[in-house]
Write a protein that binds this ligand. Structure first.
Ligand code: KG4
Ligand code: ZN
Length: 324
């Protein structure tokens, strides 16, 4: 099956073709554009997506060596995400599906992050637990089988990636903050400064990261000369500790046979290391499929059988991944 997928939910413009196990993908990152503003500017992000869409579609078709008539499906991220960014991908996909007469599959971005694991890992046992950690989301989902989700925990305020980004900004580091903090933390000592791991004493599987950001703000104000590498290591430790601990508790309560991790924060080396110590198989995609990419949207599309009527759906910035 040849699936053309488009992902434009935030600041990566990505187009992919998935054919069985072969992936052809082009991704344009807007990081340099947004870095000068210290974070993603939604209107700018949407405008940056527009000029790359059709050239990328033409180029991936050429790379895969197929013609539009050989496509079986068109998949597109329809939410959650930035509404103006989502609209660019959704309307491009709709126009192509209309022009080429192809079935269209609106895909949930969170499902895409989880499905990134199916691109590279075989024989994942179910039921499974999924931990999605990105710039916009921090969620624990129980999956009785592929494509079925029960949301059991989520962040009550900032997402884990957002916390990395905001702490980096406080510490004078560039956007995106996750890679910047983890790079500095690699040569720091995470035990020098201890920051609160939020919600670890609460009985829910929910997360909260805004308090940590505030504590870093006051710490930096009061200790401007603290060794940056150690501060970054402390911040990373607090975030990873909270993610790890809630995941362990969820696994104690649910009969999961595996943990699937996804989202940009899954690129974090300490998180990857810590999660690998769990006593069930842990699946994490390679780095290029952790951050936003269209191949993961094509992988999620394969979990569905029925296309959506071409004009029966819209981009939904708040689309929650609910049980089906
Ligand atoms: O999944 P993603 O590409 O976009 C969203 O769906 O949000 O995730 C982006 C987030 C950013 O907050 C970025 O700082 C974070 O992933 N991130 C990391 C690392 N690489 C990217 N966070 C921690 N450590 C990293 N190495
Ligand atoms: Zn994402």
């Amino acid at each position: 099956m040849n699936i053309l997928a488009i992902e434009t939910s935030c600041d990566e413009s990505s187009v992919a073709i998935l054919r069985d196990r072969q992936i052809f993908q082009l991704t344009a990152s807007q990081i340099d554009v947004h870095a000068q503003f210290g974070g993603v500017v939604p209107e700018v992000a949407a405008r940056e997506h527009v000029p790359v869409m059709i050239p990328f579609v033409e180029q991936v078709l050429a790379q895969a060596g197929i013609k539009p008539e050989q496509l079986d499906r068109i998949a597109v991220t329809a939410g959650p995400g930035l509404i103006t960014s989502l609209l660019v991908g959704v309307e491009t996909a709709r126009a192509l599906a209309y022009g080429w007469g192809k079935p269209i599959f609106p895909i949930n971005h969170i499902e895409g992050h989880i499905a990134a694991n199916f691109l590279v890992h075989q024989d994942i046992p179910f039921p499974a637990m999924a931990l999605v950690v990105s710039g916009g989301h921090t969620e624990l989902l129980y999956m009785p089988k592929p494509g079925v989700y029960e949301l059991i925990g989520a962040t009550r305020d900032d997402a884990a990636g957002e916390c990395f980004d905001k702490c980096a900004r406080i510490l004078g580091q560039p956007y995106p903050g996750g890679p910047a903090i983890s790079k500095l933390a690699a040569s720091g000592d995470g035990t020098q400064y201890s920051f609160p791991s939020p919600m670890v004493n609460s009985n829910t599987f929910d997360f909260s990261f805004s308090g940590l950001k505030t504590s870093v703000l006051y710490f930096h104000r009061d200790h401007p000369d603290a060794k940056l590498e150690d501060v970054c290591a402390g911040v990373q430790e607090a975030i990873v500790n909270s993610l790890h601990l809630k995941t362990v508790r969820a696994l104690e309560q649910y009969d999961a046979q595996a943990l699937l991790v996804g989202g940009g924060v899954a690129a974090n080396p300490l998180l990857r290391e810590r999660l690998q110590t769990l006593d069930i198989p842990v699946f994490i995609p390679p780095l290029e499929y952790c951050t936003d990419n269209a191949a993961m949207i094509a992988a999620a599309c394969r979990l569905h059988n029925t296309p959506t009527e071409l004009f029966a759906f819209r981009a939904d910035p708040n689309w929650e991944l609910t049980p089906r």
